[in-house]
Structures are given as structure tokens and as C-alpha cells.
Design a binder for this molecule. Structure first.
Ligand code: AHM
Ligand code: MG
Length: 339
């Protein structure tokens, strides 16, 4: 029966979120509407990414001159940003958008800020195309404005623990969307023939301890003491445990996705050249930390729980260590010993 049921009774992402929202009687479907616009953005970018290689070669999009096609077409990062901004604004549920691609926050004009009676207004922080020199992914985090005031920048400069939801989308050969609305983590895969994201990875939990570490070792000469000791311990354990394997794709989402599924650690530490690391707090560190905690893991900055950090500017960076619960405990102990 169950195989039949699976084939005809599809758990789409919209259905899944509607189910979750129905546990909150006060919910009126605004979040579902917002999410369906994010999903549209993901589908669009996924299709653009998959066409991009071909387009460059044969000059799609009405190009006749193959040589000129690169110039005429919008770069993928610009295109993805436009797609997400427009999809989010047209949901009628957002008031502030922060994108990695834009220096300033976008304040949505009042008439498009959604329901004026109850004022459900979301702030969305996102990186529409992260790691674009590597594996294309999108990341997003969602805050809700509680008070009915004019939106101000402080509404998005909130600690990550105030996020309502976070997720990422990998636009690879299959398009995978992983999301948490604060009650666990679930993964969906786009069925291209239906154009729907179907639940394929229900209730993702990260193993308590892992066998993999993930870091750009090319930066080793500039690392701080605790990072260097941790990586040394991964390679030359002193407690009789086997050495860990190194896996580093160089795309945060892809590296964290593997970490969520198979366990271990992902590190982007501070180093002498970049004392705050590389990754951006609002739309890289926070959403991935939110998902990590929701899957039973931890996220640490070297000083504190990552989700406790209060950002002071939009594109602020922070060192980040995230992964399996026990493995992050080890890193926390190394930082505590240093003090
Ligand atoms: P980007 O926002 O400029 O694309 O950079 C973010 C990416 C992450 O996806 C990844 O974890 C990191 O940069 C890799 O950096 P590095 O090449 O220094 O290891
Ligand atoms: Mg990025």
C-alpha cells in the first residue's frame, strides 16, 4: 500500500508547510504565501542555472551571434537577485529585504507591504547565488516584524535565534530545497515533470558525532591556536579514535548539506588576514546555524552560540564552526582553554 500511497499522495512543500501552519490556529496562510514565492524564485534560478552552460555555448535567448551572447545575457548572479527580489516583493508579505548582492537593504514600498489590517510583515535576508564560482546555491532566512512601526534597519539586525525560518536551495543536477520553520529540518527535491518540490528527506537529524572535517586548509598558516589544534586533532587523534577524513567543496551550502546528512564539522575560522572570517552573518552564518541547531547540531563563532550574535551591520562577517553536537563541543573546549 505504502508505495502506492507515495506515488499518488504527494507531500509537496506547500502541503507540508500548510500542515505545519495549521498547528497554529492564529495562522492565516501568510507564511505559506511568502514561501511559495521563495519556491518560485528557486525554480526560476534552478532552470536558469541549468540552461546557462548551454546558453553560453549555443547562444540561447534569441542570440544569433554566439560571440556576443555572453555580453547580452544577464549574469546569473544579477538575474537571480532580480528574480528573488521581485518574487519576494510581489508576495505582498515583505517589508525589508537584505541581499548579498545589494549594498543597501531594500525597503518595500508601503502599498506592497501586505495586509494592512493585521500587518503580517516579513523581513527576508538572502544570498541568491552563493559560491557561484563553484556550486550554485541560494540561502535565505526569514524574520517577522512584530510591531506595527515603520520598518527600520534594526528590524533585520536581529540575532539569528529570532529567525522564524531558514533554508537553502542547491541548483544542481537535481534541485534540492532544505528548510526549517523552527520544528525540525526537512528536505525537498524538485520533480521537474511536476514542477513541485516533493518531501524526500523528512526530519533530517545530524549524527551526534562525525568522521569528517571540512575547512580550507590553504589558509592554515594564518589560523588561530584553537582552529590549528582542532585540525591537528582531526588528523592525529590522541584518544585512540581514528583520524577524520577531509572533505571541502568550497561551497558553504554543499559542505553544510553533507555535514547535516553525514555528520562532522564545517569550519570557516578567523585568520590573520581576515579576523572575522569570510562568511556573512545575516544570510550565510545565521540560516545555516539555524538549520544546524534544528537538526540537533551546534553552531559556534569561537566566542558564543552563533544564533546569539547581534549583527551591527548588514554585511557583517563572523567566524563559524558548525556541525555534529559532540564535535562542536570539542571546538568550544579548545576556545575555552585558550582564555
Ligand atoms: P561568496 O559569497 O563570495 O560566493 O563566498 C562564499 C563561499 C562559501 O560558499 C564557501 O564556504 C566559501 O566562500 C569558500 O571560501 P574559500 O574559497 O575561501 O574557502
Ligand atoms: Mg555568498
Amino acid at each position: 500500500h505504502s508505495a502506492d500511497a507515495q506515488r499518488t499522495d504527494l507531500m509537496t512543500i506547500t502541503r507540508f508547510v500548510l500542515n505545519e501552519q495549521s498547528k497554529h490556529p492564529e495562522s492565516r496562510g501568510d507564511f505559506t504565501i511568502l514561501l511559495s514565492h521563495i519556491v518560485l524564485g528557486c525554480k526560476f534560478v534552478c532552470s536558469a542555472v541549468n540552461k546557462a552552460g548551454l546558453a553560453k555555448l549555443i547562444g540561447l535567448a534569441g542570440e544569433t551571434n554566439v560571440q556576443a551572447s555572453g555580453e547580452e545575457q544577464k549574469k546569473l548572479d544579477v538575474l537571480s537577485n532580480e528574480v528573488f527580489c521581485k518574487a519576494l516583493i510581489s508576495s505582498g508579505r515583505t517589508c525589508i529585504l537584505v541581499s548579498e548582492e545589494d549594498e543597501d537593504a531594500i525597503f518595500v514600498q508601503p502599498s506592497l507591504r501586505g495586509n494592512c489590517i493585521v500587518a503580517i510583515r516579513y523581513c527576508v535576508v538572502f544570498d541568491p547565488l552563493d559560491g557561484s564560482s563553484n556550486i550554485d546555491c541560494g540561502i535565505f532566512g526569514i524574520y517577522m516584524m512584530k510591531d506595527n512601526h515603520e520598518p527600520i534597519i534594526e528590524d533585520v539586525l536581529q540575532p539569528g535565534k529570532n529567525m522564524l525560518a531558514a533554508g537553502y536551495c542547491m541548483y544542481g543536477s537535481s534541485c534540492t530545497l532544505v528548510i526549517s520553520t523552527g520544528s525540525g529540518v526537512n528536505g525537498f527535491t524538485l520533480d521537474p515533470s511536476l514542477g513541485e518540490f516533493i518531501l524526500t528527506h523528512p526530519d533530517i537529524k545530524i549524527p551526534k558525532k562525525g568522521k569528517i572535517y571540512s575547512v580550507n586548509e590553504g589558509n592554515a598558516k594564518n589560523w588561530d591556536g584553537p582552529t590549528a589544534s582542532y585540525v591537528e586533532k582531526c588528523k592525529f587523534p590522541t584518544d585512540g579514535s581514528p583520524a577524520k577524513s577531509l572533505r571541502y567543496i568550497g561551497s558553504m551550502v554543499a559542505d553544510v548539506h553533507r555535514t547535516l546528512l553525514y555528520g562532522g564539522t564545517f569550519l570557516y575560522p578567523a585568520d590573520k588576514k581576515s579576523p572575522n572570517g569570510k562568511l556573512r552573518v545575516l544570510y550565510e552564518v545565521f540560516p545555516m546555524s539555524f538549520l544546524m541547531e534544528q537538526a540537533g547540531g551546534q553552531a559556534f563563532t569561537g566566542k558564543e552560540r552563533a544564533l546569539d550574535l547581534i549583527p551591527t551591520k548588514l554585511h557583517e562577517r563572523s567566524p563559524i564552526f558548525l556541525g555534529s553536537y559532540d564535535d562542536i563541543e570539542e571546538i568550544k573546549a579548545l576556545y575555552a582553554a585558550e582564555e
